[in-house]
Unconditional design. Structure first.
Length: 265
């Protein structure tokens, strides 16, 4: 079963209509995205924090703030998707400002102090491992160009396969421009989720367990100048996520003889 067939089956089963499924799906997205960026909260701790407001004992408060900020940003992009708000540079900066509302830092540059919590673009050059990102003076132009291309495609009639690739490509391009000092990764994944929500597609997750492969896919895509490398990685992650949800739903809906829920005393 290919990805589009998996999406069609997921929708046909009505998994998103199950009570509280959306909430717990969003919690899963927040858990994996913040874990990739260094949060130490478990999925259960993330769930308890977001549903009951209880912070886990013995964990840095910053990690709890990462989770609550990301959840707020995720709810924001889903609300905006219902109105099909055009993707703009200002919109992306607004997403980032929500992501780092309580964890963003101040950066002193020759151009003055940058408050990352405002969604301001970086005013210096940055690297990550062996990767050099575009010079800071190209960031705004590259982001404007990217948003123009996203909007152009979203205003045309494109296939489901192209919708999926558009979300993946936006994710890759934004994280590769690396316009912010803080949390480019989470902002880029939220942009991907925004485009998916606009097209009423299930939201994709980059699993924390796939972090090394995720980073390698980004590096290989840049070095080989081949977007299909990242698309294939995301395709596999997306399909795995949906297949897992389908299996859980079918296991609950059609329990095998002798299995399923039973009372225990």
């Amino acid at each position: 079963m290919d990805l589009i067939e998996t999406i069609e089956k997921y929708k046909h089963l009505g998994i998103d209509d199950v009570i509280d499924h959306e909430k717990f799906n969003l919690i899963s997205i927040v858990y994996h995205s913040t874990r990739i960026e260094g949060s130490t909260l478990t999925e259960v701790e993330t769930q308890v924090l977001l549903t009951e407001g209880l912070t886990p004992k013995g964990k840095p408060i910053e990690h709890s703030l990462m989770v609550t900020d990301h959840y707020a940003a995720l709810q924001f992009i889903l609300k905006e998707a219902k109105a099909r708000r055009p993707v703009s540079t200002a919109f992306i900066q607004e997403i980032n400002s929500l992501v780092v509302r309580n964890t963003g830092s101040f950066y002193n540059t020759i151009f003055g102090t940058v408050d990352a919590r405002t969604g301001a673009f970086r005013k210096g050059n940055v690297t990550a491992g062996s990767t050099y990102f575009p010079n800071y003076d190209k960031v705004e132009r590259l982001t404007d160009s990217m948003t123009d291309k996203i909007n152009e495609k979203m205003q045309s009639d494109i296939s489901v396969a192209d919708q999926i690739n558009l979300a993946f490509d936006a994710h890759f391009n934004l994280v590769s421009i690396h316009p912010f000092y803080d949390d480019n990764g989470r902002t880029s994944r939220l942009l991907m989720n925004y485009i998916q929500a606009c097209y009423q597609l299930p939201l994709a997750i980059v699993h924390n367990e796939s972090k090394a492969d995720y980073i390698q896919a980004l590096i290989d895509t840049r070095e080989k100048d081949d977007i299909n490398i990242f698309r294939q990685f995301m395709n596999d992650e997306y399909k795995k996520c949906l297949a897992d949800e389908i299996k859980k739903f079918e296991d609950i809906s059609k329990p095998k003889k002798g299995s399923g829920f039973h009372l225990m005393f």
